[in-house]
Design a protein around this ligand. Structure first.
Ligand SMILES: NC(=O)C1=CN([C@@H]2O[C@H](COP(=O)(O)OP(=O)(O)OC[C@H]3O[C@@H](n4cnc5c(N)ncnc54)[C@H](OP(=O)(O)O)[C@@H]3O)[C@@H](O)[C@H]2O)C=CC1
Ligand SMILES: O=C(CO)COP(=O)(O)O
Length: 298
């Protein structure tokens, strides 16, 4: 029987990890802006001609990439990015909806450090799509070490995956200031409440926030130096300039731009988001210790 043609687009950390995972059962192409010495690396044209695409490029680049490089040819698509576009405040599903019909697209969420996936360590993730049959097409592509779940709460997954990056920055700041375990647990718990409140405004389901996409991903990223966003927070607490932190990181930390988007959305829609608000001020240069004082007294 002919194998389905599958391609991963974006050969950063997550794209490469997904390529490794999906290659356990099928031949899978991978492509990126810069050529890489990876098995089955191909050009964009070949990748776009595949039936199934997994797109893992940073959230802030997606609109441009779609405008400049993408042609819809009835591909089935999984989006692996996590973030909200800062220039428009749009969620990724809103951006993609201008290029891909809803029935053809799903969004990956959940606690999935690329560095562990690429070692074949057990991982659970959620495929969020309004088209359940799409889930059943993609799920068998994943290897045995990845357990997949289905959810139709696309907006819930979008909010949770993006918001937890901002909370991971907050948690890194908290640990960088050596505020202790009580403080970090409180921050994470209140962060979960905050991102649920934000998500509820946009129609997300509560269950999404207490499951893998919400609590699962938040607990992971807000408590580990493996998270780039958490490491941004550590750097801020040490008094480093944001530009220096990002330069040293050399990879995407989606929480930085997503925090700008959340800040604009909360102003427009009058949503109470105290943690994201303080993170935004710290990213703009506010002293984290003063931020802590203000936070505790408000
Ligand atoms: N790393 C992780 O553990 C996880 C990451 N994610 C999400 O996946 C997304 C990608 O993250 P990750 O792979 O880790 O990030 P990286 O920083 O490792 O890589 C990003 C890749 O995106 C490509 N890229 C950047 N800008 C453009 C552009 N304008 N057009 C096309 N390609 C571009 C680059 O490809 P090139 O090098 O070829 O230029 C780069 O390698 C993010 O949204 C992240 O939040 C989600 C779950 C887990
Ligand atoms: O989303 C992630 C794990 O689920 C990766 O988080 P970071 O981008 O903070 O490393």
């Amino acid at each position: 029987m002919k194998q389905p043609s599958i391609a991963v687009i974006g050969a950063g950390k997550w794209g490469q990890a997904l390529h490794f995972a999906l290659s356990q059962k099928h031949e899978v192409y991978i492509t990126s802006r810069s050529p890489r010495d990876i098995k089955n690396f191909t050009d964009l044209k070949t990748a776009l001609a595949c039936d199934y695409l997994i797109i893992a490029i940073p959230a802030q680049q997606i609109r441009n990439w779609l405008q400049e490089h993408f042609t819809f040819n009835h591909q089935k698509i999984l989006v692996a990015s996590k973030g909200i576009e800062a220039t428009s405040g749009q969620f990724l599903n809103e951006i993609y909806s201008e290029f891909v019909p809803e029935d053809n697209i799903g969004f990956i969420s959940g606690p999935t450090f690329a560095a562990e996936v690429i070692q074949g360590l057990p991982t659970a993730l959620v495929i969020n799509t309004s088209n359940e049959s799409l889930y059943h097409q993609f799920a068998p592509f994943f290897p045995d070490f990845i357990k997949t779940y289905f959810s139709e709460d696309v907006i819930g997954a979008e909010v949770a995956g993006a918001y937890k990056n901002v909370l991971a920055i907050a948690s890194g700041i908290c640990d960088g200031l050596k505020l202790g375990n009580n403080a970090r647990a409180s921050l994470i718990a209140r962060g979960l409440v905050e991102m649920h409140r934000f998500g509820e405004y946009f129609g997300a389901q509560k269950e999404t926030f207490i499951g893998l996409s919400g609590a699962g991903d938040l607990f992971l990223t807000a408590s580990s130096t493996m998270s780039r966003n958490y490491r941004v927070g550590l750097g801020l607490a040490q008094g480093k300039a944001l530009e220096t932190i990002l330069e040293e990181l050399g990879e995407v930390a989606e929480g930085v731009k997503t925090c700008e988007a959340i800040s604009e959305l909360t102003k427009t829609h009058d949503i109470y988001t105290p943690i994201a608000t303080e993170v935004k001020l710290i990213l703009e240069g506010k002293c984290p210790k003063i931020s802590l004082r203000d936070f505790l007294n408000n």
